[in-house]
Design a protein around this ligand. Structure first.
Ligand SMILES: [Zn+2]
Length: 460
């Protein structure tokens, strides 16, 4: 059947989309088919008239230089006919298709497809074109839904995400990066700030997986990634154990996450919220631990019985002011440090080892399905709190040398406020005062300083 046209200048537009595996339509085959059609119809492809966009999906709206050149040729009436393999090669978006139809109409250019001609000069032809365009658009949407579903299925099977994460290569650990990640968790748990952690990574020549210098946000995201603990997340939620080997155990990751995810910690004095865990006492004589209330507020709770739960922030603020005042008393800290000889270090080490073993055990129990995620979280928090206390006491055992920087400072009060090492802050506190939390009125009464007993240690 002859299609009668007056002129015969043609352009061929070819596009390779990412889903080419699905329709098997490589650019080379499109080209052959389009050239055959041109030969059959007696059209001459103009010089530079074969336009190709490679490896781009027409649906993502990214720049397509070949397509843009084609529109120029149409607008300039430099061609009489545009040949494409199928309309969906030209564009997959209905809005773009309407635009092309308008332009070809304006310029009296026709569109020929190998799959069958469309006469866009008639209403019926344009209607078909629009239907084809919307079908193509529907396919794009379905493809996107399929990809999301595939991602969800991979997540549920515990497979690692397709994108490489720092610390890992395909399916394995990256030795140098994994070691750095491991060390960084240790440092952060010991009180390193994210600013320092970022510098630490950059100083060692590490870059992000996209080759960029670390900034606080990327370092934070990296450490918060559950993949490091062998946990598979989907849309930010941990949905179960992964199939790959973790860099750190879950307890470490959870403990670090709690620190990092708590933005107050990085507003300078936020570390004070941890000041009293294992250090302050309950009125019954037991120490307090740090916990969260139902409303997510950090609270001090009696370790022994459930008869004390106090919001941590006002207590810490009060203790902070007291400490600054005390530290400004000349010679007071030096006298206390000299008078205080710590012992009991071996026992503390044994306790720390036992707690770490218990942490491993609950993580294993979780992996074996003996614990639910909620139980694991509760157990992990309890053990890591206890461990933090023991490690704090161990740190305090080395008090003299650790408090050296405070003793040397012109203003020990300010130096203590500025001190980034929580262990040093706690050591100084423990050297100077004993803090006891007394029962407070039930309900939402405002903070009453009288419910915090601060006893200064006897001098010398
Ligand atoms: Zn108590």
């Amino acid at each position: 059947m002859g299609i009668s046209i007056g002129t015969n200048r043609a352009a061929i537009y070819l596009r390779q989309s990412r889903d080419a595996a699905g329709d098997g339509l490589a650019v080379e085959r499109q080209r052959q088919d389009c050239e055959r059609l041109a030969a059959e119809r007696g059209w001459t492809v103009i010089p530079g008239g074969v336009l190709t966009d490679n490896d781009m999906s027409a649906s993502t709206g990214r720049r397509r230089p070949g397509y843009e050149r084609l529109l120029e040729l149409i607008d300039a009436r430099a061609v009489d006919v545009v040949i494409v393999w199928h309309l969906d090669r030209l564009t997959r978006r209905l809005a773009d298709l309407v635009d092309v139809i308008d332009r070809t109409e304006q310029a009296s250019v026709r569109i020929a497809t190998v799959a069958g001609d469309l006469d866009l000069s008639t209403d019926a032809g344009r209607l078909v074109a629009r239907i084809l365009g919307s079908v193509a658009q529907g396919e794009v949407e379905r493809k996107s839904a399929r990809q999301k579903r595939a991602g969800r299925q991979a997540a549920e099977a515990g497979r690692p995400p397709a994108r490489r994460a720092f610390g890992f290569t395909n399916g394995a650990q990256h030795p140098a990066e994994a070691e750095a990640v491991c060390e960084l968790y240790r440092l952060v748990l010991a009180g390193m700030t994210m600013v320092a952690a970022t510098r630490w990574l950059n100083e060692r020549g590490f870059t992000t997986t996209t080759g960029k210098r670390w900034d606080r946000s990327s370092a934070r995201t990296m450490l918060l990634n559950p993949r490091n603990a062998g946990l598979r997340a989907y849309h930010g939620e941990v949905i179960g154990p992964g199939t790959w080997e973790p860099i750190v155990d879950e307890a470490t990751w959870r403990a670090a996450r709690e620190l990092i995810a708590d933005p107050a910690r990085y507003r300078g004095q936020g570390a004070l919220r941890w000041l009293g865990g294992g250090l302050f006492r309950c009125h019954c004589g037991a120490r307090v631990r740090v916990n969260y209330s139902q409303h997510g507020k950090r609270v001090y709770q009696c370790q022994a019985r459930s008869h004390l739960s106090r919001s941590a922030e006002p207590v810490d603020a009060l203790i902070e002011q007291t400490l600054v005042d005390l530290l400004r008393v000349p010679g007071l800290l030096a006298a206390r440090v000299a008078a205080d000889e710590q012992d009991g270090v071996p026992e503390l080490r044994d306790r720390a080892a036992a707690l770490r073993h218990r942490l491993d055990q609950v993580t294993t129990d979780y992996a074996d399905g003996l614990l639910t995620g909620r139980q694991l979280k509760a157990a992990t928090e309890k053990i890591t709190d206890e461990l933090a206390e023991v490690e704090g006491q161990l740190a305090e055992a080395g008090r003299g040398s650790r408090l050296g920087s405070l003793l040397a400072a012109a203003d020990p009060g300010q130096a203590w406020l500025d001190e980034s090492d929580l262990g040093v802050r706690r050591s100084a506190l423990d050297a100077l005062v004993t803090v006891t939390l007394l029962p407070s009125k039930p309900g939402r009464a405002p903070f009453d300083p009288a419910t915090v007993r601060i006893e200064r240690h006897a001098r010398g």
